[in-house]
Design a binder for this molecule. Structure first.
Ligand code: NAD
Length: 343
């Protein structure tokens, strides 16, 4: 039986990287069937709804989504679709593994970087609770709950135990936000005490930024509230070649949506220049989640081979290839190594 996957191409470069990823997943021989639905600015223009009902209806049945980025207007306009999806489906863990790809020359290419970010995905300053107190004074509410903090901490430590990872660093600003970040930290400590085999460390977020740039190889797993997790994700992406590389998974108890860290990249949208690696690597996580181990391994291996060869890379990572040329190289690598002709 093929797995049904809800495909949300999204806005900007979303459809370009989604099409490339669909082709790569199919070439890898995964037994999948796509249910394509629109959400985001395109959905608003076409159906008058940012998240049409059919998106939730499809995810309710498939329980697994592959999503391109969606645009959120700055300083006004509609709320983030990502935040709405994550809240509605209870996707409390945002998991973002940050690894160096072979052959890729970055400022840190001589370091063995392999860290993973566990970002709380449902609350904090993303709660969208803002109001004007009096003209000239506004308030944005930072919500931190014991429930959500325990869930993300457990998710991180359970992963550490399962995957044999050594250390979890909780990132916070509890010296200033004593109650909210203090509660987050307390929850991390409480969970850490149940995992004695995993080293537990703590860092204030500003120091963590400097340590990540100066000594990134000393980090293993990072657990963070929502906003710090967002910011540190892009910083960490910069260590391994940029936003074109780093994948992500939004995980809950019943649903999972796989999407890259990057946004809609309006500066290069529609030009055939986008790097689909980040969404392809998200698809590798998705295939593993679905139990499609062979297809996941094939696609992961093809990505590593194409980077090691370095001949068909996109502009953001120093190459000259278009999205289509990079995708053809990936499909070629899959076909070569497995003798699988694609399906
Ligand atoms: P962005 O990630 O879209 O782009 C930042 C820079 O990275 C740009 O120069 C862009 O060209 C480059 N870049 C990003 N992805 C790339 C790729 N795959 N290949 C090559 N280059 C890539 O960030 P932004 O400009 O701050 O945000 C643009 C829009 O995206 C905003 O509306 C924002 O709300 C939205 N956004 C959505 C998501 C999501 O849906 N998950 C995540 C982040 C931002």
């Amino acid at each position: 039986m093929p797995h049904t996957i809800t495909l949300i191409p999204g806005d900007g470069i979303g459809p370009e990287v989604a099409d490339a990823t669909v082709r790569a997943v199919e070439a890898a021989g995964a037994a999948v069937e796509w249910e394509r639905v629109e959400a985001g600015a395109r959905a608003l223009a076409e159906y008058g709804q940012l998240i049409p009902d059919e998106v939730f209806a499809s995810l309710e049945v498939s329980r697994v989504g592959l999503k391109g980025p969606t645009a959120t207007p700055i300083g006004g306009g509609h709320q983030s679709i990502n935040v709405a999806l994550r809240k509605k489906l209870g996707l409390y863990t945002n998991f973002r593994p940050v690894r160096m790809l072979p052959g890729l020359r970055t400022r840190f290419h001589d370091l063995p970087l392999d860290l993973a970010i566990f970002r709380e995905n449902t609350e904090d300053l993303y709660s969208g609770l803002e109001h004007e107190v009096v003209p000239g004074v506004v308030e944005s509410l930072k919500i931190i709950t014991q429930n959500a903090s325990m869930k993300i901490a457990r998710s991180c430590f359970e992963y550490a135990r399962r995957e044999g990872r050594k250390k979890v660093t909780a990132i916070h600003k509890a010296n200033i936000m004593k109650l909210s970040d203090g509660l987050f930290l307390k929850c991390c400590r409480q969970v850490a005490s149940q995992f004695p085999e995993v080293q537990h460390a703590e860092q204030i977020v500003d120091n963590a930024c400097m340590q990540l740039v100066m000594r990134p190889e000393t980090f293993d797993l990072l657990v963070l509230p929502n906003l710090y997790g967002d910011i540190i994700s892009d910083l960490a992406a910069g260590l391994v070649g940029g936003l074109g590389i780093v994948p992500g998974a939004n995980l809950g108890d019943h649903h999972a949506i796989f999407e890259a860290v990057h946004g809609t990249a309006p500066d290069i949208a529609g030009k055939g220049l986008a790097n689909p690696t980040a969404l392809m690597q998200s698809a590798v996580l998705m295939l593993a989640h679905l139990g499609e181990r062979q297809a996941a391994a094939r696609l992961g291996q093809a990505i590593r081979e194409v980077y090691a060869a370095g001949e068909h890379l996109t502009g953001d990572v120093g190459g000259k290839a278009s999205t289509a040329e990079f995708t053809a190289a990936i499909i070629g690598a899959i076909t070569h190594s497995s003798g699988h002709a694609g399906s």
